[in-house]
Design a binder for this molecule. Structure first.
Ligand code: PLP
Length: 402
């Protein structure tokens, strides 16, 4: 590769909504990707927890090629057989009962919030309230943005809707204090591991306490597994570590291994809230997305990728802890399976570009947290490589040299 030949890519006709690293990717294989100049990168971002199977997985490629040659889209005027196949799989894996298909995380969450409202209206509650969390991220539509706990991304988009009661993480007394005596609460809504907010896991005991409170007060427990779900933490869904089952579970990111897809999985308390005519989605559940979902889950099972996520994830966390044991600027290494956050004691957004320059794709979220959400096929050797590239860069940033 000759760096002199490099022309920084630009997209002047695309709306300027993203701060982008000045590279353009061309193709990938497994956990590796190459840019248009031929430079190789190890992908520890996985398209933000989307590319479950890595890039160009041969079995997924073959299935999608086959599907594109048959049907891409038909509408929901007709049955789509793979909707039932994927729904049955998700029901079996979650212990829940029914699924609605859509196209993205915010769309799944927006549908969940509509379900919460209708659950309330059906009980005669005119202005239903949903409990949400500090630092939560649920998407960028008006309702999901309102549920999101990040003032930076609220700015400029008011008025937000006032359906929400916001509480701190992992504090059951705070949840009770915020809701005691109210008769308008209909649901509690959280990410089992907060993603965009900085990789903050909910305590297992706390999730069990919230489950019990929801049962006691007839609220829906709605768990946003858009980022932490679909095998990433070493269980199918991150809340399963707590041994509980939610009433509503939005999914998206990793479910199609890169093909846009979203789903709302519902248990018996929520599965019949939406009736014919109440909700819909033109692209939702189309044959291409359903094939991607079915094949992604099949390949994950055939290749034992959840076990790999748990094992390589534990290894990567241990290696990160060891690498930064003497580095006081690294405040914490946390997460579960292949959803890992490394929090520094200062903002470190420049690490995204520095890592890319050194052949590693990562993200930084909540200003100070390096987020690693690689494909679930990551190997131990690749985990070692992530640590080897990151360590000197982190030390430089903390020393003020980068
Ligand atoms: C990414 C994300 C969303 C939003 O998903 P989009 O597909 O970008 O709309 C919602 N919730 C969580 C937890 C997420 O990580």
């Amino acid at each position: 590769m000759s760096s002199a030949a490099h022309v920084p890519p630009s997209s002047p006709h695309v709306m300027n909504t993203y701060g982008r690293v000045p590279i353009a990717l061309s193709h990938g294989q497994g956990c590796l990707v190459w840019d248009v100049d031929g430079k190789e990168y190890l992908d520890a971002l996985g398209g933000i927890a989307v590319n479950t199977l890595g890039h160009a997985h041969p079995a997924l490629v073959a299935a999608l090629r086959d599907q594109v040659g048959k049907l891409i889209h038909t509408s929901n005027y007709y049955h789509v057989p793979n909707q039932e196949v994927l729904a049955a799989k998700l029901v079996a894996l979650s212990g829940m009962t029914n699924v609605f298909f859509c196209n993205s995380g915010l769309e799944a969450n927006e549908g969940a919030l509509k379900m919460a409202r209708k659950f309330g209206h059906d009980k005669g509650i005119d202005k239903p309230k949903v409990v949400v969390y500090e630092r939560a991220f649920h998407g960028r539509s008006i309702a999901t943005l309102s549920a999101t706990g990040n003032p930076k991304i609220h700015a400029g988009f008011g008025p937000l809707i006032d359906d929400f009661i916001r509480v701190p993480l992992n504090n059951i007394d705070a949840l009770k204090a915020a809701t005691d005596g109210r008769d308008d609460v209909v649901a509690v809504f959280f990410e089992a591991i907060q993603g965009e907010g900085g990789v903050h896991p909910l305590d297992e005991a706390y999730m069990r306490d919230v489950r019990a409170l929801c049962d006691e007060r007839d609220w829906l427990l709605m768990i946003d597994e858009v980022q932490c779900g679909v095998g990433r933490t070493g269980k199918w869904f991150a809340h399963q570590w707590a041994g509980i089952t939610p009433d509503v579970m939005p999914l998206a990111k990793g479910l199609g291994s890169g093909v846009p897809i979203g789903a709302i999985v519902a248990g018996p308390k929520a599965a019949n809230i939406l009736q014919p005519g109440n909700h819909g989605s033109t692209f939702g559940g189309n044959p291409l997305a359903m094939r991607a979902g079915v094949e992604t889950l099949n390949i994950m099972q055939a290749d034992n990728l959840m076990a790999n996520a748990a094992e390589v994830g534990d290894y990567l966390q241990a290696q990160l802890r060891a690498a930064f044991a003497d580095q006081p600027g690294v405040v914490s290494v946390r997460g579960k399976g292949l959803m890992i956050g490394v929090e520094l004691n200062k903002p470190c957004g420049q690490l995204i570009g520095l890592a890319a320059h050194n052949g590693l794709l990562i993200s930084v979220t909540a200003d100070t947290v390096i987020r690693l959400v690689p494909p679930l096929i990551l190997t131990r050797a690749q985990a070692d490589q992530i640590v080897a590239i990151l360590k000197p860069l982190v030390n430089d940033v903390l020393a003020g040299n980068a």
